[in-house]
Design a protein around this ligand. Sequence first.
Ligand SMILES: C[S@@+](CC[C@H](N)C(=O)[O-])C[C@H]1O[C@@H](n2cnc3c(N)ncnc32)[C@H](O)[C@@H]1O
Length: 271
Amino acid sequence: MSVTMDAKTFEDLRLFIYQKSGIFFEKSKEYLLTNRLKKRLDALNMSTFEEYLRYIKSASGQKEMTNLFDAITINETYFFRHIKQIEAIKDAIVDELLKNKRSINIWSAACSSGEEPYTIVIALMEKYGQNIPARILGSDISKEILDKAKEGVYGEYALKELNSNMKRKYFDTIAPGKYKIKDFVKRKCIFKNINLMEERSLRSVGKMDLILCRNVLIYFDSKSRQKVIDTFYNNILNPNGYLMLGATESISRLNTKFKLCHFKMAIAYQK
Ligand SMILES: C[S@@+](CC[C@H](N)C(=O)[O-])C[C@H]1O[C@@H](n2cnc3c(N)ncnc32)[C@H](O)[C@@H]1O
């Protein structure tokens, strides 16, 4: 029997999800939400979305939040996504940040399965060798996707931007088309479960010199975007620190004190 969601339940569910995660489901994405949550209904042996909504709002439903986040997030990513941005980090931003300190803190704030933080490690290793002058934190709201990041096993799609030399250098082939990130890269990253909309969870991040927040705020509405950007600026970035968003994203419509900086075919925002 196919389960459907009525208009009121969709409104209530999307409001609940928005308040907890910042992710906003447009009316046109109703089918997506329905499809993704059907799996949770099956797993919990529930027959209606109303029942599911009541459950996640209840005290005993708190443990379901992890599964809800795993189900609704879009985790598309790959190594060296938007190479020009990675080059700007490697060739300009890191040099500038290292003028005043010996080591910097870099945060991949919605790292999905780890390709982005590992890319930063690899790019810096190409420049500095294995002893890179940076500590890398990768975080995500989805625990399931973070387990994948910690495992560090990828298919061909994730490595599509890498030539065979780079694949050999940084990955072990463990089966045809399956690659495991080498330990010397993995050791440079730590991973944490952090919800960008939750202040308590953000407090554990500490101070950062560079934040990558690529391809996640596109799922937020402007109010949540503003909140996240303000937190980066006021509580997390060190003076002169940088924020990099996705290649097609901009904060020009938001109210911020960030300074726009241009690099070769990439932009970033400086505190
Ligand atoms: C499309 S991926 C982007 C991955 C990587 N940054 C990139 O650009 O390739 C978006 C990620 O944002 C995460 N995400 C969504 N809402 C979040 C939130 N409120 N806090 C932290 N991460 C969130 C999702 O779980 C997903 O892994």
